[in-house]
Design a protein around this ligand. Structure first.
Ligand code: PLP
Length: 394
């Protein structure tokens, strides 16, 4: 007789990633021979720039294949610090820096060392799927701040301030945002970290899309040296340099927290892959033209898809100011052909129109679908055409 598997209460607190589930469902259809236009991608459609690949190949050939220091080589830490200082005017030291196996790993580690049982964590909605589960896994409880769609989902300091209680331990910011593409103003970000310092709260600023900010005010909280003892910046090379599979992210913040992060990392992954660190140094230290080129292309794709979505009767779509997602409101179709929520829309789009999107429910809203425009113009046109037909027939 087989015994039921008894898993921990901890693992039962979290669910699988909604975006990964959408990707898997689209893949099932593709395996069945259906031509699916995939708009679920949480990653650039570009390939990793050649000079970065060459650096990794040289590192492998040069046998750079041993363990390194847990938080990355000093060469990599210096490259992270220098890049951030040049771009945002920050001033971090090596002991305030840790390289991890992707931004997700960095976030998981920081949340694990800061959030305890019963702690409240303020999280803007819509949120990136993993924040809520990471907080829950750590034993915390998310207090959600609903961003105003009519204001482009921009989060303000005032919205956050209203939810601070004596139990608040942490505020999570993500600008530019996945999934809405909203960008917080530098003034609001500054006010949030000022408030955090005043009230003894932590801020994690997830800046994985910071180089895909399409406003003329690119900003990192890392530049706010006067409040630096209360916030952590999490960055990633994934989106910036089209390196999602390489897995290289980092945290910048107070040495005491970074030391705890490295202690945790020393008991799990140890260092990020050695030769990926060499590639990361090449990415961060050489010309940033590739980043500018990709950013310019994303702006063209964004303008095209948002224009196309807005031209579909019934769809409302805010203009994303960063990242590579459109987050259209599809609630006009609720009540038509049995559709009740955005999960039904995403299901219909996939199974009838053969366009894969991610339903808003995973991001905390049920009136939207997330559409990634990190794909070719040809794919965008194909998806728009299929969506136009699908919605017109509801
Ligand atoms: C908002 C946000 N933060 C962090 C990550 C993690 O990225 P990575 O682990 O590839 O660095 C992602 C990836 O999709 C993201 O969208």
């Amino acid at each position: 007789m087989t015994r039921p598997v008894q898993l921990t209460e901890r693992i039962n607190r979290i669910g699988p990633s909604a975006t990964m589930a959408a990707v898997a469902e689209a893949e099932k259809l593709r395996q069945a021979g259906i031509d699916v236009v995939d708009m679920t991608a949480g990653e650039p459609h570009f390939t990793t720039p050649e000079h970065i690949k060459e650096a990794a190949i040289a590192a492998i050939r040069g046998n750079f294949s041993k363990y390194t220091a847990v938080g990355g080589t000093t060469e990599l830490k210096d490259a992270i610090i220098q890049r951030h200082s040049t771009d945002f005017g920050s001033a971090y030291k090596r002991e305030e820096t840790c390289a991890s196996v992707g931004g997700k790993h960095a976030l998981f580690n920081v949340i694990s060392v800061l959030v305890d049982h019963g702690d409240e964590v303020i999280l803007p909605v819509p949120y990136w799927v993993s924040f809520k589960d990471m907080v829950r896994y750590a034993g915390g409880h998310c207090v959600l701040v609903k961003a105003d769609e009519s204001q482009g989902f921009r989060v303000t300091a005032q919205m956050v301030a209203r939810l601070i209680t004596p139990k608040t331990k942490l505020i999570i910011l993500n600008s530019p945002s996945n999934p809405s593409g909203a960008v917080m103003s530098p003034e609001d970000m500054t006010e949030v970290v000022r408030l955090a310092q005043e009230r003894g709260i932590w801020v994690i600023s997830d800046e994985c899309y910071v180089y895909l900010n399409y406003t003329d005010k690119n900003f990192s909280v890392g530049s706010l040296n006067e409040y630096r003892d209360r916030f952590l910046v999490v960055g990633s090379l994934s989106k910036t340099y089209a390196m999602t599979g390489w897995r290289l992210g980092f945290t910048l913040g107070p040495a005491e927290v970074l030391s705890a992060v490295q202690k945790l990392q020393s008991q799990q992954t140890t260092n990020p892959t050695s030769f990926v660190q060499k590639a990361a140094v090449a990415a961060l230290s050489s010309s940033q033209q590739c980043v500018a080129d990709m950013r310019a292309e994303y702006i063209t794709l964004r303008d095209h898809i948002v224009g196309g979505l807005r031209a579909i009767p019934g769809i409302k779509c805010t203009m994303p100011e960063g990242a590579f997602y459109a987050y259209p409101n599809v609630s006009w179709f609720f009540g038509k052909s049995g559709i009740k929520c955005s999960a039904d829309v995403a299901h219909g789009l996939l199974h009838t129109a053969h366009v894969a999107t991610v339903a808003g429910e995973g991001f905390g809203t049920n009136e939207h679908v997330r559409i990634s425009y990190a794909t070719s113009m040809q794919n965008i046109d194909k998806a728009l055409e299929r969506m136009r037909k699908y919605f017109s027939e509801l």
